[in-house]
Design a protein around this ligand. Structure first.
Ligand SMILES: *[C@@H]1O[C@H](CO)[C@@H](O)[C@H](O)[C@H]1NC(C)=O
Ligand SMILES: *[C@@H]1O[C@H](CO)[C@@H](O)[C@H](O)[C@H]1NC(C)=O
Ligand SMILES: *[C@@H]1O[C@H](CO)[C@@H](O)[C@H](O)[C@H]1NC(C)=O
Ligand SMILES: *[C@@H]1O[C@H](CO)[C@@H](O)[C@H](O)[C@H]1NC(C)=O
Length: 392
């Protein structure tokens, strides 16, 4: 570092003190920026469904570099004990042994593997003794597979804000006092609803932000056929021009800014990107724009089920990209589908980077076209690959 300064000084014959001071200051700033960059490397968190045989991505199709943090989902609660099915047990074992053999050729990014519990009967949270047993059971489960951390997906602690924070505080306390099999501290993340009404009744955001390593904000399910039977988007980036009153709150941009206002640290916020959408059934197929009446039946659709000839690539399907909400919809006869595609995910990923947020959260990776058999894009994982390209 000193060599270039000296030679520069000799050539130009300018007072040394000034230049040394200036260049030293400059290099220190560069160093600080570089270091903070390394610790705040954006994440690509991916939920990996591992409960049902039809969901499993074959082990040889997994591409570990695509995600920085992998969350096996979901474990279940039996009282205060966390349990998983034999199928999931077997799958996690295989993934973990495959990940250690395939990442020996270091892709300079290290992967973390976490396990999530979905909602169950959370009544144990009222009893601190039971909470301790719950934490024992999480630690046992993580150690069984040499996992790096735990994700809590409690949907939702309505009116139990205080219990939720206490639960996280007790988990964090235990995690601070025990290292995992890799000699590191266990990671703790939570999945949170972006819905302003749930946030108000369920979360003390500022405390949660300090207790967890990152937050997986579930910025989807903003609209679905059986909550409100008028067509609208699963995961709009922005409100559209017809959204009025409280509908203006139901989009990614509002939810993320609301979380930041409540005191969540920017770099801990992972923005949820759904690899699924919803199908509505139009009551009158002549009315197929936003806020068209549907019959209220809800069908959720995986991206890899709709991307091919069965729907999006059918010449009879009309696709529209909404210029305000920055997401597409598509319709055919009575069917109307809200989903995310290559374009909307590109825009969201860029938006995450432009806003210096923590990264993306994919739900779930299983619904991408991982083997290029469904969408015929000549690329495995066409959706997650976009996040890989932009979020890093
Ligand atoms: C929880 O697991 C422990 C150890 O496996 C067992 O002894 C206990 O009975 C279980 N408790 C419940 C409520 O299932
Ligand atoms: C590992 O890296 C070496 C050197 O870069 C390369 O020759 C080899 O093919 C790589 N192996 C795998 C499995 O990617
Ligand atoms: C809505 O339409 C679909 C397709 O025709 C049908 O399967 C479903 O039963 C209908 N739902 C109601 C509530 O009528
Ligand atoms: C498209 O719709 C027309 C008219 O309903 C129908 O005759 C045709 O078979 C449809 N094409 C496909 C590919 O489904």
């Amino acid at each position: 570092m000193t060599h270039p300064i000296q030679s520069y000084h000799r050539k130009r014959n300018i007072p040394m003190g000034f230049f040394q001071f200036f260049l030293l200051l400059f290099s220190i700033i560069i160093l600080i920026i570089k270091n903070s960059d390394q610790s705040n490397q954006p994440k690509r968190v991916c939920y990996l469904l591992a409960e049902k045989p039809e969901h499993l991505i074959p082990i040889d199709q997994l591409k570990f570099k695509l995600c920085t943090d992998w969350i096996f989902s979901f474990a279940h609660l039996n009282g205060y004990n966390v349990t998983i099915s034999p199928l999931m047990d077997d799958y996690i074992r295989k993934v973990m042994s495959s990940s250690t053999t395939t990442t020996t050729n270091k892709t300079n990014v290290e992967q973390n593997f976490l396990i999530s519990i979905g909602t169950g009967d959370m009544s144990f949270v009222d009893n601190p003794k039971d909470i301790e047993k719950f934490i024992d059971s999480i630690i046992q489960l993580m150690d069984r597979f040499s996992l790096d951390g735990f994700d809590l997906d409690w949907e939702f602690p309505e009116q139990r804000k205080h219990q939720f924070t206490r639960l996280l505080r007790m988990i964090r306390y235990r995690f601070q006092h025990k290292l995992n099999n890799h000699g590191k501290q266990y990671l703790l993340s939570v999945a949170l609803s972006p819905n302003i009404y749930i946030v108000e009744t369920s979360y003390d955001i500022r405390s949660i932000g300090h207790l967890v390593d990152f937050v997986n904000l579930m910025t989807y399910d903003f609209h679905s056929p059986n909550t409100f039977p008028y067509t609208n988007f699963n995961s709009p980036l922005y409100a559209n021009r017809l959204d009025k009153l409280y509908f203006e709150y139901f989009n990614v941009n509002f939810a993320v800014n609301y979380m930041l206002q409540l005191g969540l640290q920017r770099q801990k916020l992972m923005v949820g990107i759904p690899f699924y959408g919803y199908k509505y059934f139009l009551v009158n197929q002549k009315f197929h724009n936003l806020y068209a009446l549907s019959n209220g039946t809800e069908v959720s659709v995986a991206f890899n089920e709709i991307c091919g000839r069965e729907f999006l690539a059918d010449p009879n399907t009309t696709k529209i990209f909404d210029p305000n909400s920055k997401v597409p919809y598509a319709y055919r006869n009575f069917e109307w589908i809200t989903y995310d595609d290559y374009e909307s995910i590109t825009i969201k990923a860029q938006w995450i980077m432009d806003n210096h947020l923590g990264g993306s959260m994919t739900f779930p990776l299983n619904y991408d076209d991982y083997d290029n058999q469904k969408c015929k894009t000549n690329r495995n994982y066409p959706l997650q690959s976009i996040l890989y390209d932009i979020i890093n």
